[in-house]
Design a protein around this ligand. Structure first.
Ligand code: COA
Ligand code: NAP
Length: 273
């Protein structure tokens, strides 16, 4: 899918994408680069980051890899300093790093719950806090990637739901505190996005319809299909671009209407918990 935005929209800007080594984060990093931004990729696995950076460089973009765990504030802060030193500025932070798995609350360990909240929510604070001093200089913006579980009660997802709900509240709090510095803070909540690790983990073979019946995961989406990584990228581009200049504190749903209905086939999985 070609972007609806004119190439060069972000020329001269610099961006940092946590979780940029795969999936939706990779797509966002690549789309920011296509629009002219210099892009830094943060994640735990250097090889994944290098692979994405090579792809960006191969089409003439500039990319930097920053292996770090978003749960480690000092490591994130160090990465942000490296990015600012290399690019001379920071205009855009996208926090896409996350962890998730299906687990019944009654048997989920405290450490399992904490790991997800730590990566998603505390990671978002860590990245935002470390980037703020640089974003303030450029009157830049932050986009947090959340999920519909933030607002739709979803079985086997209490850890991710709590983490993403926390991110959406943090988005609003930071948006209010940092508006006077010209720093905008928004979120994008994707629905089911095809070809991603999230879908592989959360739509396992356990969710099956009757023989010959439509895929129940797809049938749950009012628009009748899964979303694409490119469609999430377009929402992020809108928010970080001049088109979104008066938008702050919002969560933009890119979910084909999924959050308008309930948990759907996830409810069937409860009986297996
Ligand atoms: N079901 C229940 N508990 C699980 C689990 C699962 N499928 N996977 C991990 N856990 C628990 C572990 O048992 C552990 O708890 P314990 O110490 O009480 O046993 C805790 O979660 C942390 O696991 P660990 O493997 O040490 O965490 P990590 O920090 O190395 O990895 C995860 C974080 C668990 C979120 C891992 O799945 C991950 O790295 N995910 C990143 C990719 C991803 O999830 N992508 C989809 C995004 S939507
Ligand atoms: P993904 O490919 O697994 O992306 C997650 C990324 O985060 C990985 O590159 C991972 O790399 C990184 N990461 C995980 N833990 C980290 C940590 N502690 N520190 C730094 N980086 C870490 O999954 P995805 O499906 O594309 O999901 C991307 C985002 O979209 C997530 O925020 C997810 O919640 C959200 N989302 C996805 C869907 C969907 O349908 N896929 C729907 C709604 C929301 P390393 O493991 O190398 O660190």
């Amino acid at each position: 899918m070609a972007s609806a935005f004119l190439p060069g929209l972000l020329a001269g800007r610099a961006a940092l994408v946590t979780g940029g080594g795969s999936g939706i984060g990779e797509g966002i990093a690549s789309s920011l680069a296509v629009q002219g931004a210099k892009v830094a990729l943060l994640g735990r696995t250097r090889e994944k980051l290098e692979r994405v950076a090579e792809k960006i460089r191969a089409v003439g973009g500039e990319a930097l890899v920053c292996p770090a765990d978003v749960r480690d504030y000092d490591a994130v802060d160090k990465a942000v300093h490296e990015v600012a030193a290399r690019f001379g500025r920071l205009d855009i932070l996208v926090h896409g790093a996350a962890g998730n798995f299906l687990a019944p609350a009654a048997s989920l360990s405290a450490n399992g719950f904490r790991a997800v909240v730590d990566i998603d929510l505390c990671g978002s604070f860590n990245a935002s806090r470390a980037a703020f001093a640089w974003l303030e200089k450029t009157r830049g913006s932050i986009v947090n990637i959340t999920a519909t579980q933030a607002t739709v009660p979803t079985p086997l997802q209490c850890h991710a739901g709590a983490a993403k709900a926390g991110i959406e509240k943090l988005t609003r709090d930071l948006a209010l505190e940092w508006a006077r510095f010209g720093v905008r803070v928004n979120a994008v909540a994707p629905g089911p996005i095809e070809g991603t690790e999230g879908m592989r983990r959360l739509a396992p073979p356990g969710i099956k319809g009757a023989e010959g019946a439509p895929d129940p995961m797809k049938a749950r989406v009012p628009l009748g299909r899964f979303g694409t990584i490119e469609e999430v990228c377009e929402a992020v581009l809108f928010l970080v671009s001049p088109a979104g200049a008066f938008v702050t504190g919002t969560t933009l749903l890119v979910d084909g209407g999924t959050s308008l209905v309930g948990a759907g086939p996830f409810l069937d999985l409860m009986s297996q918990g």
